[in-house]
Design a protein around this ligand. Structure first.
Ligand code: AMP
Ligand code: GLY
Length: 423
């Protein structure tokens, strides 16, 4: 099979690394890719915003499957253009990608299908939103409706903070994404991420993970795209997974199909496990980054036929097997991230790794043969172990062998699960 992978992050490096192990793969292309992805794929100078150019490439090269990594091209409708032209594509249509692109859209679907989630209202005026938030009282959650690079959510423990967040949204802090605001009840519990494939009608549950969104140890400091993750998430017991499938994923698949926008791709459900059970915080319509890295480390099945089945409506014919070991990844970021950071700082030769360890590239580039850091999140240092504590110790041992003076990382990835292991 000839495959085109779209994206350039650690997530796409993990997908490329796993796809490259498939006996069914003949050629892997990636656009735009990165130096890690280049170990497994031929990188293309394709502009992925130019949908016609991507389609042209697929036609000229008889591509059998396109896998879209990030949400941007999905929300922009790349999967629609490719699928309409008969190219098998893993990733939802623009209409189905509203599950990530519009929080209000998802909340309305939850309301129609009785999917457990925080009570909410949608607003297009600051005055009404503030009146509602004041009536509900703190703690309360304020969300810009659209994509705001993970920054559009304020979990307000005090009412003043909620009112200020509403003003921020409507005064344009998140551009068009904040023209509508969702005010939502605060959910109390432990967060977990659940990944599940859909071909529009059938679901194939994948695995669970937990992320670390804050930049600093002890979950302090500003939010980031994610500073580390592990899989599985111990809070997602078999009972919680079963309830998530029945109460959240299955009605979503039904709801999307009934609304005329069947969902093809991966559901990345952000859940809060409350005293009542799993409740939906949000959907993403792509693999998590860095959650994908730990999922790929644990997947023992061939990834390629599974993604191809999701793209072609034959998901009922495949299964996914998982290694019981824990996988844990530590994100190394440029000093200063998530605020301003220096670019093009040099990274020394990466250490050799064992078979169950891997350093995935995110924001890296090669400049005159030298590996340099070009992004905020740069390397995903990943290891496995029988316990979270063991995976963590191995991942940090690998971190300590990396020669990148301008890099930093959290030193406590996995702390919640390790506390559980020690209890
Ligand atoms: P989101 O961008 O929707 O994932 O929200 C970012 C983070 O805000 C989530 O990962 C949660 O930690 C938190 N959050 C969002 N919605 C709620 C809620 N209703 N109750 C409590 N925390 C929330
Ligand atoms: N790590 C969180 C995300 O991919 O959105």
């Amino acid at each position: 099979m000839k495959v085109l992978l779209i994206g350039s992050g650690g997530r796409e490096h993990a997908l490329a690394w796993k796809l490259a192990q498939s006996p069914k793969l003949t050629t892997l292309f990636a656009a735009p890719g990165n130096p890690g992805i280049a170990e497994h794929a031929e990188l293309l100078p394709l502009n992925v915003e130019d949908h016609a150019a991507v389609l042209n490439f697929c036609r000229e090269n008889a591509i059998d499957l396109v896998i879209v990594g990030p949400e941007g091209p999905l929300v922009a409708g790349l999967a629609d253009v490719l699928r309409d032209a008969g190219v098998a594509t893993f990733g939802p249509s623009a209409a189905a990608a509203q599950l990530e692109g519009s929080k209000g859209f998802t909340k309305d679907l939850c309301a129609r299908y009785n999917i457990p989630t925080g009570a909410y209202r949608r607003f297009t005026s600051a005055e009404e939103a503030k009146a509602y938030a004041s009536k509900q009282g703190a703690p309360i959650v304020i969300k810009a409706d659209g994509l705001a690079a993970g920054k559009g959510v304020t979990v307000a423990m005090e009412l003043d903070e909620a009112l200020a967040a509403i003003d921020d949204c409507f005064s344009g802090a998140f551009g068009a994404a904040g023209a509508e605001v969702v005010v939502e009840a605060f959910l109390d519990g432990e967060e977990a991420s659940f990944f599940c494939l859909s071909d529009g009608k059938t679901a194939l549950p994948l695995a669970t993970a937990q992320d670390h969104k804050r930049v600093g140890d002890g979950d302090t400091g500003p939010n980031t795209g994610g500073m580390g993750a592990y899989s599985p998430a111990p809070v997602m017991t078999p009972e919680m997974v079963e309830r998530t499938m029945k109460e959240i994923i299955e009605p979503t698949i039904r709801g999307m199909a009934e609304s005329g926008h069947p969902f093809t791709g991966v559901f990345f459900a952000g859940l809060m496990i409350t005293a009542k059970g799993p409740e939906l915080i949000e959907y993403n319509v792509r693999f998590g980054d860095p959650e994908c890295q730990v999922l790929m480390m644990r997947l023992s099945s061939d990834l390629l036929p599974i993604l191809h089945a999701a793209a072609t409506g034959t998901l009922d014919q495949v299964s996914a097997e998982w290694n019981d070991d824990v996988a844990l990844t530590v994100v190394m970021a440029s000093k200063g991230y998530p605020a301003a950071f220096d670019k093009n700082t040099p990274i020394g030769a990466l250490p050799d790794t064992a078979q169950d360890e891997k350093v995935f590239h995110a924001g890296t580039a090669l400049k005159d043969g030298q590996l340099v850091a070009t992004g905020g999140r740069v390397l995903n240092v990943t290891a496995t172990g029988r316990t979270v504590a063991e995976a963590q110790a191995r991942a940090y041992a690998l971190v300590d062998r990396i020669d990148w003076p301008n890099g930093f990382c959290r030193r406590d990835i996995g702390w919640q699960a390790i506390k559980r292991e020690q209890a």
